[in-house]
Design a protein around this ligand. Structure first.
Ligand SMILES: C[S@@+](CC[C@H](N)C(=O)[O-])C[C@H]1O[C@@H](n2cnc3c(N)ncnc32)[C@H](O)[C@@H]1O
Length: 243
């Protein structure tokens, strides 16, 4: 399968998911509003309030960059990595130009132009975006206070390889903020590498030797495909503290 995250359709879908106003994403009165602003909530709901303000953070699987910018509000340095060059270029344009035009789908061939804007109050100068592979991170990449990995693991061909790299990435006392909708699909991950039982049990088995489970929280999110079709999902959010 060619990488769907390199397509313009998904760049546009993620620009709306990350930067869209509530009414732009969900133009329906009775829709699931609690599922809006997911890339902000993965930071605000999971980041320990007491973390050091000199913190170094890594956002891995950053997509079009919203959570990385949110981390920059309180972290001195944010490295943001994604495998999709198209996503990284979109994030870098918002960082340097402050805005990026895109199209959202209404239905069929009908589209509407929108602009993704750098959120007020963030510190783009603290963020570095780069293309990279979560399963093949350079050995020199290390010593983060915070690693944020939202909805990444079930999009990896070898999720265990990424999880096994985490103890070396995070300083003792540092935190891993992990979310996953547990949507395991053979298109991304061979079924032999899916968790044998629940994703939470598999995470505990893999991470507990090096981390303590500090928090667990369900985080709903909404991805709009077009004006009348949405994906409503509930991510399992967990916070792990490195021993
Ligand atoms: C479901 S999206 C989640 C994006 C973002 N964290 C969010 O919550 O909106 C999965 C992301 O993981 C990225 N990704 C997939 N495989 C990757 C890999 N091997 N290394 C780094 N990023 C990867 C995709 O390009 C995509 O941006």
């Amino acid at each position: 399968m060619s990488n769907p995250y390199e397509t313009q359709r998904l760049v546009d879908e993620y620009l709306l998911f990350h930067y869209g106003q509530d009414h732009e994403i969900l133009p329906w009165e009775n829709g699931p509003v609690s599922a809006l602003n997911f890339p902000v909530r993965t930071v605000t709901a999971l980041l320990p309030p007491s973390h050091a303000h000199a913190a170094r953070a890594l956002d891995i699987g950053c997509a079009t960059g919203r959570s990385a910018f949110e981390l920059s509000r309180t972290c001195a340095e944010v490295q943001a990595i994604d495998f999709s060059l198209a996503f990284i270029k979109a994030a870098q344009t918002i960082q340097s130009a402050g805005a990026l035009s895109y199209q959202i789908s209404l239905e069929a061939h009908l589209t509407q132009p929108l602009t993704a804007e750098l959120p007020p109050g963030v510190h783009p100068e603290r963020v570095t975006f780069q293309q990279g592979d979560a399963m093949n991170l350079p050995a020199s990449l290390c010593s983060f206070d915070i690693v944020h990995a939202a909805n990444l693991i079930c999009r990896l061909t070898e999720p265990l390889r990424f999880l096994q790299r985490l103890p070396a990435l995070i300083k003792p006392g540092g935190h891993l903020l992990l979310t996953t909708p547990c949507t395991w699909l053979a298109d991304y991950t061979p079924p032999g590498r899916w968790p044998a039982a629940s994703t939470l049990d598999w995470l505990k088995e893999t991470l507990l030797p090096d981390f303590t489970l500090a928090q667990q929280k369900d985080l709903p999110f909404l991805i709009r495909e077009h004006a009348r079709k949405f994906q409503w999902s509930v991510a399992l959010g967990t916070v792990w503290q490195r021993r």
